[in-house]
Design a protein around this ligand. Structure first.
Ligand code: ADP
Ligand code: MG
Length: 503
């Protein structure tokens, strides 16, 4: 069969850094091709080249055997390429149908919206999607917004659909739905290029798996007879342990104490209702729950980013109720936020500025009011080496790092600041298996050194393998507490879905 898409010797340089080195790859019609690789391996860069966002430095793209060049995404779209990015590109105030209409160039703007809506309904039925064309995008949960992106690409005539880490933001149920959609797209002739760090998912969904490492193709396998361990080894170049080594560790005094805390969310609705909990030195307390049950507000409450409407927050004996974020930082509170770009870093800051930004006023970075530039640079070099942050230079903007590498940089900054208490939210979301192994070992090391750690994660396996205790958060309330010998994914799953604990 003739490949519908062929890449021949694609190379991409950013300045003197080569992000992609001579990549050749074929995609067959109706095939699901999974693309695997560590954070920074070049997956998104390669996809952006196919989608016309970047021009290759060298190499060629062929569609059905014919050489093509895409000067822009519009050109790629008109050749049947669709792409759903890690960050969605929708207009929140518009309806689904309006979002589809605006991307379609002049010729189609005249199409009536209800005609588009009808076509979207047909596409949705055909590919197991559930979107209401008249819903406002802002009112849709993330999983449905992603479906809008997929529908938009299909409505624009995509025959090759690129999904760049689509499952990172989805709940387990939404992931099952997406897998079904991808399979039915392939069965009806659309090719899908699927990027994910979740190896089981990749094995389940794909017909073929291609692995990139440091901008090069290092292998290709079929999912049959391949294990997650095999894939991890190909990606990272060594064996990876999926189970962190959590030794028993003595529990110290209570560091974070929350007493009867209430808070409202941004829409003025109760987000936390009567939360009382303690996290002790040398202890990891895991919060399990479906996203949106108060996790974000909880993390904000314990870092001074949100006001309480009732109750108290005490950290290391200091009552910090409704104090400023700076008061929390001064009390050695660390924070690995959910949104690394919005809360963990500042647009326009370089990597080294990001690495020292909460600490720049302290010795050795600042002495008698004078900033020591050299010390900051040295410190950053050490952090990026230790945490294996893949980058061109520490002077590049932190936001130009691939998502996983920005996450590693923020984790490095927060954990090495030896916090008394640290809240980490989705610490490994978007990270590759090698990086996950490393981050888990660093969290356990911080615990060994006596940090009190509140781990908020929607990855149940992560919470179960790291936490000394799990609290289940449902609709802003703690509805269950479990100790390690009681960890059972089915039971926890039920509690997360709102089932009451028996007895
Ligand atoms: N616009 C850019 N300028 C400089 N470097 C970039 C740019 N885009 C990507 N890179 C670098 O290229 C490499 C590959 O990044 P990316 O394709 O995002 O990786 P992946 O998607 O596999 O995690 C990274 O080292 C990243 O820092
Ligand atoms: Mg990427």
């Amino acid at each position: 069969m003739q490949a519908c898409l062929s890449l021949r010797g694609i190379t991409k340089c950013f300045g003197s850094f080569s992000a992609l080195n001579h990549i050749s790859l074929d995609v067959q019609p109706g095939e699901v091709l999974a693309l695997l690789g560590e954070n920074g391996a070049g997956k998104s860069t390669l996809m952006n080249i196919i989608y016309g966002l970047y021009q290759p430095t060298a190499g060629q793209i062929l569609l059905n055997g014919q050489p093509v060049t895409f000067s822009s995404p519009l050109a790629a779209i008109s050749h049947g390429i669709g792409m759903v990015h890690q960050h969605f590109m929708l207009v929140p105030a518009f309806t689904v149908a309006e979002n589809v209409a605006i991307g379609q160039g002049k010729a189609r703007l005249t199409l009536r919206l209800d005609q588009i809506a009808k076509e979207l309904q047909q596409l949705a039925a055909r590919y197991h999607l559930q979107v209401d064309p008249f819903a406002r995008v802002a009112d849709l949960p993330v999983g449905l917004q992603q479906q809008v992106e997929i529908l938009k690409a299909l409505h624009h005539g995509a025959k090759i659909l690129i999904l760049d880490e689509p499952t990172g933001v989805l709940t387990p149920k939404e992931i099952t739905g997406l897998i079904q959609t991808v399979r039915s797209l392939a069965a009806q002739g659309t090719s899908v290029i699927f990027i994910s760090h979740k190896l089981n998912e990749v094995l389940e969904i794909s017909d073929r798996i291609v692995v990139l490492r440091q901008g090069q193709c290092v292998g290709e396998v079929s999912p049959q007879g391949t294990t997650p361990g095999d894939l991890a080894r190909m990606m990272v170049g060594r064996d990876v342990s999926f189970q962190p080594d959590r030794q028993a560790s003595p529990r110290g005094e209570a560091i974070l104490v929350m007493d009867s805390v209430r808070a409202i969310n941004d829409r003025g609705v109760a987000a936390l209702q009567d939360i009382s909990l303690a996290v002790h030195a040398g202890e990891i307390v895991g919060i399990a729950g479906v996203d949106g049950n108060g996790q974000t507000e909880l993390a904000e409450i314990v870092t001074g980013l949100r006001l309480l409407t009732a109750g108290e927050v005490v950290i290391a004996g200091e009552n910090l109720t409704n104090q400023t974020p700076l008061d929390f930082i001064n009390q050695k509170v660390g924070h690995v936020p959910e949104d690394r770009k919005k809360n963990g870093s500042i647009k326009g800051f370089s990597l080294w500025e990001t690495a020292v930004m909460k600490n720049h006023g302290n010795f050795p970075f600042s002495h008698s009011g004078i900033l020591n530039h050299e010390k900051m640079i040295d410190h950053t070099q050490k952090l990026v080496r230790q945490y294996d942050v893949r980058m061109a230079t520490i002077h590049q903007s932190a936001h130009s790092l691939s998502g996983g590498n920005l996450q590693k940089l923020i984790l490095a900054r927060e954990i090495t600041a030896t916090p008394k208490f640290i809240v980490v939210m989705h610490p490994t979301r978007g990270l590759d298996v090698g990086a996950i192994e490393f981050v888990h070992s660093q969290l356990l090391e911080a615990r060994r050194q006596g940090a009190a750690i509140l781990l908020i994660s929607s990855e149940l396996e992560e919470v179960m393998s790291l936490a000394d205790r799990i609290l289940i958060l449902y609709e802003g309330k703690i509805v269950g507490q479990l100790l390690p010998d009681e960890y059972d994914p089915n039971h926890i799953g039920l509690l997360m879905a709102g089932a009451r604990e028996a007895g």
